[in-house]
Design a protein around this ligand. Structure first.
Ligand code: PBG
Length: 331
């Protein structure tokens, strides 16, 4: 059958709003969103993050309040990242294993405030705890050691699971960590704790504001290119994802987001697993900068970009715009 004008007029179905609604291929709802939150010390503390206008670090009580807000908005899950006080940072990142660290305090506060009405996703990597800002243990040359780091990440994940985390999200990109963490969770009785693997995480220039938010930016010397992926590679992302699924990941993530939608689509086409995307800090900052420059409407930019993730095949999106987007979607 040939498809030709005027029998075919693709504008017909666009004529009215009802028809556009009827033929819409993708939907975005608050249930598609995961809200990343930054934790800081103290009580009643809110610290705005300069490079992320509109985003703050909150003390544990504030984290619980934000999470209640998430539940009210229909956001099913929050992701936690601590800004560890400088005195508690060390070369080995041992504070990551402290059952009373900011992360564990926040998990417990959320559980007290919201019960099981919300999922708590916790970041597994050492960069918020190390004095050098790398995600793992380093040797004398500064090289991030794989197997030694995995052993610590297992303890970190177990510490978070013991505190009540629902989804362990390793963002470190060490080889073999999903298997090691899954085995430890099984042996430790945490059979229903999920793993969302940052499977295809790129060495990206879009992480700058996040590193300010967790306080690792000023500490980091060099880059993370020996473990995070080369932005030039797509086949390798498929291998990363295959490996993490085989090791026991319940879902996988592609990160950053907008510049890597081809990876989301490629992964979704190859594997029948939930694929999440992280619209990272630099992407948030880019939208806010465009708004500040009068180059676009915030609400429209936010909803359009989040819809693009869904259209590309993502099951959901981690985004700092989650509360705004949920408010808009709830009308
Ligand atoms: C580190 C981590 C990073 C992000 C999440 N976990 C930064 C990095 O790899 O340096 C970035 C998130 C963002 O930019 O919003 N384990």
């Amino acid at each position: 059958m040939t498809v030709s004008y005027p029998a075919t007029r693709l504008r017909r179905s666009r004529t009215h709003a009802w028809s556009r609604a009827l033929t819409r291929e993708t939907v975005l709802t608050p249930a598609d969103l995961i809200w990343p939150l930054f934790i800081t010390s103290g009580r009643g503390v809110e610290e705005p993050v300069a490079s992320l206008p509109g985003v703050s670090r909150w003390s544990v009580d504030g984290i619980a309040a934000r999470t209640k807000e998430a539940v009210a908005l229909g956001i099913p899950c929050v992701a936690l990242f601590p800004n560890t006080p400088p005195v508690k940072r060390s070369t080995d990142g041992a504070e990551a294993l402290n059952p009373d660290n900011l992360m564990c305090q926040a998990i417990r506060a959320i559980r007290d405030a919201c019960g099981n009405d919300v999922g708590v996703l916790t970041d597994v990597a050492l960069d918020p705890y190390t004095s050098h800002g790398q995600d793992g243990l380093i040797d004398d040359a500064g090289y991030v050691l794989n197997d030694e780091t995995v052993a610590v990440l297992v303890d970190q994940a177990m510490t978070q699971a013991e505190a009540g985390a629902d989804i362990i999200a390793p963002s470190d990109m060490m080889d073999g960590r999903i298997k090691a963490i899954r085995m430890a969770l099984e042996m430790g009785g945490h059979t229903n704790v999920q793993i969302m693997s940052y499977a295809a995480k790129y060495a990206s220039a879009f992480y700058g504001p996040f590193r300010d938010a967790v306080g690792s930016g000023g500490l980091l010397k060099g880059d993370k290119k020996t473990y995070q992926m080369d932005p030039a590679n797509a086949e390798e992302a498929v291998r990363e994802v295959a490996m993490d699924i085989a090791e026991g990941a319940d879902s996988v993530m592609v990160k950053p987001g907008l510049a890597y939608l081809d990876i989301v689509t490629r992964v979704k086409a190859r594997f029948d697993v939930p694929v999440f995307a992280y619209q990272v800090s630099g992407e948030y900052a880019m939208i806010e900068a465009a708004v500040a420059a009068g180059a676009g409407d915030r609400d429209a930019l936010v909803l359009e970009t989040l819809m693009a993730f869904k259209r590309a095949g993502a099951s959901g999106v981690l985004t700092y715009h989650a509360p705004l987007a949920a408010r808009l979607l709830n009308g």
